[in-house]
Design a protein around this ligand. Structure first.
Ligand code: NAD
Ligand code: UDP
Length: 311
């Protein structure tokens, strides 16, 4: 198949490019390189089945494709809050452009939605039926509400125009090719520990997250895209739940060194807990994350050691 991946030079997108190329597909990777990098897909350049296009999803585009994975959007709080209006445009206009293209060329279109649609959840663990608890006017709203609006557009194009959609809600995912200065917790802690700096835990560190290794997530993406039973939304993530203090201690144990834990102010609207209910993914995809946190953290530490030249 010919497959368009928006945000294909980013963390998740570049791993998806690799897996789909391995399966023999043709890939068009569209990215504006805001948080993505050419180096993430450098090894694919020169492959006759791979094309890299510098383009912004908020501007119209046209490709003859069979599948569209819409991943374009900065995912870390510092990056999506850098230009919140642009973040909202990316989610909303990006979704409209992908859906319009899917309608025109009869392609199946996948939306990388997020656990952020649940906001600071009052239901735990989160099931797909939960409508969420989201602040519409806060610092995280450009991302949370942008992604919620994109979901609305996906379901309206599906109902109104019969567009073949797939909507996935991704919970925190980590692994090689995250940006060292991305601002997300796993990359922050690992890079701080490797550089012998203090580990910055925001607040008391009792807030929880569930961390999925990238290989597991991308496997779930491809299974979900090619199944016919549901258009979603479907949660994908690792149901293991850890406090940020536990994560900091694990990273310290694995890296060694002399870093200490320090506490910084908790960002506004920071969700207190997050854990996916993945019953639907288990039932429909037969999918289950395989990589335990310790193993995934070791692989991610190895990646940052090498990419930061600390070997
Ligand atoms: P990332 O920041 O590494 O990747 C996003 C990519 O989109 C980057 O390559 C960036 O340059 C590109 N991009 C941003 N704005 C664009 C625009 N206007 N036009 C074209 N390209 C643009 O983040 P990621 O972790 O790989 O996330 C990929 C997708 O998955 C995002 O949509 C994100 O919201 C979603 N997601 C990720 C996670 C996670 O934990 N990694 C969790 C929930 C949802
Ligand atoms: N966090 C932290 N130290 C950091 C970066 C993040 O304690 O250096 C916390 C953050 O406050 C949040 C959790 O880690 O409670 C996950 O943050 P991240 O930005 O990775 O993802 P999100 O909040 O979007 O789930």
């Amino acid at each position: 198949m010919r497959i368009l991946i928006t945000g294909g030079a980013g963390f998740l997108g570049s791993h998806l490019c690799d897996r789909l190329i391995e399966q023999g597909h043709e890939i068009i990777c569209l990215d504006n390189f805001f948080t993505g990098r050419k180096v993430n897909v450098e090894h694919l350049i020169g492959n006759p089945r791979f094309e890299l296009v510098r383009h912004d999803v908020i501007d119209h585009f046209k490709f003859e494709v069979d599948r569209i994975y819409n991943l374009a959007c900065p995912a870390s709080p510092p990056h999506y809050q850098y230009n919140p209006i642009k973040t909202m445009k990316t989610s909303v206009l990006g979704a409209i452009n992908c859906l319009g293209l899917a309608k025109r060329v009869n392609a199946r279109v996948f939306q990388a939605s997020t656990s952020e649609v649940y906001g600071d959840p009052l239901v735990h663990p989160q099931t797909e039926g939960y409508w969420g608890h989201v602040n519409p006017i806060g610092l995280r709203s450009c991302y949370d509400e942008g992604k919620r609006c994109a979901e609305t557009l996906f379901f309206d194009y599906h109902r109104e125009h019969g567009v073949d959609i797939r909507v996935i809600r991704i919970f925190n995912t980590y692994g090689p090719r995250m940006l060292a200065d991305d601002g997300r917790v796993v990359s922050n802690f690992i890079v701080q520990a490797l550089q012998g700096k203090d580990i910055t835990v925001y607040g008391e560190g009792s807030q929880t997250r569930s961390f999925c290794f990238v290989d597991d997530l991308v496997d779930g993406f491809m299974r979900f895209m090619e199944q016919e039973k549901t258009v979603g939304p479907m949660n994908l993530g690792n149901p293991g739940e850890f406090t940020m203090l536990q994560l900091a201690e694990l990273v310290l144990k694995k890296v060694g060194g002399k870093s200490k834990i320090t506490h910084k102010e908790l960002p506004a609207d920071d969700p207190k807990q997050r854990k996916p209910d993945i019953t639907l993914a288990r039932d429909i995809l037969g999918w289950e994350p395989k990589v335990p946190l310790e193993e995934g953290i070791e692989k991610t530490i190895a990646y940052f050691r090498e990419s930061l030249g600390l070997k």
